[in-house]
Design a protein around this ligand. Structure first.
Ligand code: PLP
Length: 328
């Protein structure tokens, strides 16, 4: 990980190396945090955060689901994200907002612990590799099932929940694959360890629905809209494991991974073993959207003013636009 200049913590910009938490931070012990992920692209209109609003709103919803009062409005967090990118001088980067129960109390009641809010960004290339993006990846259906809605909240992007994804990811890597495909607790296809999943059969795009314990991906929503705008039929329904193997095309999507074709699952070659036609059309259309080349989706881009006041005064404290002092 390549450090940047500053990180936004509870309303202040602090130097990267000073953005530390106490070892008795509640979230560190019990996973009591929620986070999100966004990307800023060097678009034809200038640096732009893709769907800043949708990501911030999901972050706030995740926090609410775990009883965490955030103390900053969506607008304050969107502004903080833009300012963070500008101050770090990055035209293209990954952005990680996290809200977590902080230092002050221990025990399973988190309600008295403060709520800390942090946004960091750094340069992060293709999550599943450049080759994977162009040629497709090999995936393995995990022996681990996705967290059940009877135990946790799949729709929340919560830190502790990700131990499930870590187990699946490590299992797939150790077995020689690039990514895991996780089934829901009924044995239906759910998603990748950090991506939503789609199969294409007979020209139709099929993706697991909300009741399949998916994370409601922002990229997923974007791709569904793009695909429908292009005239494709997109169906949200339960997908049987065998439909993965029988698919003409399979692809995954997520902020970190973007859109990635899947060329093999459990050693079954998918379609021709190359990225499929519909996958390629969507890849191009999605690229046009994130790089601002598509008029239709320009409202998805939140432009970053790189010359924003104080953008070069990287370590000046207390200059964030949000109010300081989020509390529990
Ligand atoms: C488990 C999981 N599913 C799906 C996604 C895709 O969501 P998005 O497109 O909003 O990044 C992610 C990434 O955030 C994820 O962690």
């Amino acid at each position: 990980m390549k450090p940047t200049e500053v990180i936004w913590m509870n309303g202040n910009f602090v130097a990267w190396e000073d953005a530390k938490v106490h070892v008795l931070t509640h979230g560190l012990h019990y996973g009591t945090g929620v986070f999100d992920s966004m990307r800023c692209y060097d678009s034809v209109l200038g640096p732009a955060i893709f769907r800043n609003s949708e990501h911030v709103e999901r972050l706030l919803r995740s926090a609410e689901l775990y009883y965490m009062p955030v103390g900053y409005s969506a607008e304050q967090l969107r502004t903080a994200a833009r300012e963070l990118v500008a101050r770090n001088g990055l035209r293209s980067c990954y952005i990680r907002p996290i809200v977590n129960r902080g230092y002050g109390t221990m025990g399973l009641n988190p309600l008295d612990a403060p709520v800390d809010v942090t946004l960091a960004c750094w340069e992060w290339g293709a999550y599943l590799g450049d080759e994977g993006k162009h040629k497709g990846i090999r995936a393995k259906v995990s022996s681990w099932r996705r967290i059940s809605p009877q135990s946790l909240i799949p729709h929340a992007k919560a830190s502790g929940q990700y131990l499930n994804n870590v187990l699946a990811k490590v299992e797939s890597l150790k077995a020689g694959y690039e990514e895991a495909i996780i089934l829901d607790d009924h044995g239906h296809v759910c998603e990748g360890s950090g991506e939503n999943i789609y199969v294409v059969r007979d020209g139709e795009i099929i993706t697991p629905g909300q009741h399949n314990s998916i994370l409601d991906g922002v990229t997923r929503r974007s791709l569904i809209q793009i695909a429908r705008d292009l005239g494709y039929s997109v169906v949200e329904r339960s997908v049987a494991r065998a439909e993965l193997y029988l698919a003409d095309e399979v692809f995954m999507s997520g902020t970190a991974a973007e859109l990635v074709p899947v060329r093999e699952i459990d050693d079954h070659v998918i379609g021709s073993g190359q990225p499929g036609e519909i996958t390629k059309v969507l890849l191009d259309a999605f690229d046009d959207a994130i790089y601002g080349r598509s008029e239709r989706y320009r409202e998805w881009l939140d432009l970053v003013d790189m010359a924003a006041p104080e953008a070069n005064d990287a370590t000046a404290p207390g200059t964030a636009t949000a109010d300081a002092g989020a509390t529990g």
